[in-house]
Design a protein around this ligand. Sequence first.
Ligand SMILES: [Fe+2]
Length: 432
Amino acid sequence: MSEFVIPEYRIATDRLRVGVFIRLEGLKWHEHPFLFKNFKITAEDQISTLRELGIKEVICVPGKSDCPPWDASPPSAVPEGTAATKSAVDELWRIKQERAERLKRQKDLIARCEKSYLASQQRICEIMTGIAAADANSVEDVADFAESFSAHFLQDAESTLHLMRFSPQDENIYYHSLNVAVLAMMLGKEAGVGAEELNILCQGALFHDVGKSRIDRKVLVKEGRLNKAELDFLRMHPKYGVDLLAFAESFPKLALLVIYQHHEAVDGSGYPKGVRGAQIHLLSRLVSIANVYDNHCNKRNPADSLTPYEALSFIFTKQRDALDEKLLAAFIKCLGIYPPGTVVQLNNGAIGMVIAVNPQDQLHPNVLLYDPEIPPQDALIIDMQSDLDLKITQSIRPAALPQPIFDYLSPRKRITYYVNSADPAAQEGAQR
Ligand SMILES: [Fe+2]
């Protein structure tokens, strides 16, 4: 039998007391000084502040309250606004103003990051076209790109992994390459890989699947299980990748090894050689983890994709024997329990989507909040590093969201990542 929940109801503010959970109604974010419209009264000051603001009524949410409000006749009147109350209100406004400025800076940074991402996509597209035509200049371009891209990870100690707003078109196959490069480099940095090898890692990750261009499209897009002949053919793509780049003398040999080994598994169950453990180069093991994760999140049919949270759980429970244990632990640590793209509920009842995580502090991601009174393009972004009272209580499958919330948060068909640098100059550098 389902638990009975008392419905929400409107009450006068002089019936409020500590422990009652309320929602402010009909007020836009900039019209009240509280950080949220939904919150539990934790101090008498908050009641005085509501009165000082001239708010006569609020919505009581019994299901989230510790106690009911006072009945119609409170035991003592809440004091009228005093100088102390006025100063508390001023302080709330000051904090909120600071928050608005921080939000503005954050949105500027996201805009820079998105601009860099699109520029990188464009460059990768040009480079891949050049490689297919065996154009040696394109190989030089790869080295330049990898060098500037590595700057993101090296110049800023706290590169933040962002979820991109753009869902690439299906025919754009390069988002997977870029995702794997971003994730592998994030992990490489965490694993202590130096600048030179990070650059090579970038090149290997970007080209790990280049050999698929020689696989019959019918095999690549086939629904269901492949037969043995088709599987054997598909498993040639690491070798084909190396063959394709053989013309390019300047392409690093180690990056070729990464391409060749990206489907090898530490338990020997991989291909093409079935080598195991340390026989697989560290850089190959890094790309392997990033590749497995991104393949779960971005399946050919988006409806089959796992959420980032599910992908990590699946890998940890079902595939960890095939992957480097220490690197996998580092990967989960970097992405956090709730990786970018995860829809979450907070302890104040709010629903949002994780849009960025700082690998140095993955317990406190940035969350874009659903609020029907704020247009989606102006949606609030909570920096959980600055709101330590807030906690994520659960992740929610996008399919379980009510339609208006789904539309507002627009969970991506494709999950694409990029990194920002706090230094705008480094960000610009990656666009060159
Ligand atoms: Fe592959």
